[in-house]
Design a binder for this molecule. Structure first.
Ligand code: IDP
Ligand code: MG
Length: 148
């Protein structure tokens, strides 16, 4: 998910481009203005953290939408997290998205599911309707994914 700061800063295309160029497949995408309830659900595992109220406010105050996406391909959850970089951009490797574009933990531009279970939960939350995930085969799929 591209967070409101990533949208405001015009990073949508750059972030999508990184996943596309790596060879991952886009199976769902939408802009959403998250409600407070959706932001709270999305970050439910952090509800006891001191920054939780301001995180939820920032995600749901309507100053910018978020871009929710589902990407598919080999090891995409773990690789996606690596492409994002560390939660604190000051610890993120320079080749990562956060390491290239961000300097603040409160404005780190992107969210990525951290496990299969959280991906399932988050995909269900942000794309709840039948037909929102598109099954398709990129013409280059085997050129990218084949192990021979
Ligand atoms: P992640 O986004 O790398 O998965 P999490 O620990 O799940 O990191 O935290 C979710 C989000 O909460 C972070 O991306 C960041 O925006 C915010 N956050 C995490 N830790 C802090 C903090 O110490 N201060 C302020 N915001 C934080
Ligand atoms: Mg997280």
């Amino acid at each position: 998910m591209i967070k409101p700061d990533g949208v405001q800063r015009g990073l949508i295309g750059k972030i999508i481009n990184r996943f596309e160029e790596r060879g991952y497949k886009l199976v769902a995408l939408k802009t959403v203005a998250p409600s407070k309830e959706m932001a709270e659900r999305h970050y439910a595992d952090l509800k006891n953290k001191p920054f939780f109220p301001s995180l939820v406010e920032y995600m749901s105050n309507g100053a910018a939408p978020v871009v929710a996406m589902v990407w598919e391909g080999s090891d995409v959850i773990r690789q996606g997290r690596a492409m994002l970089g560390a939660t604190s951009p000051l610890d993120a490797a320079s080749g990562t998205l956060r390491g290239q574009y961000c300097v603040s933990i409160g404005r780190n531009a992107i969210h990525g599911s951290d496990s299969f279970e959280s991906a399932e939960k988050e995909i269900g939350m942000w794309f709840p309707q039948a037909g929102e995930l598109i099954s398709w085969t990129p013409a280059i799929w085997n050129w990218v994914m084949s192990n021979n």
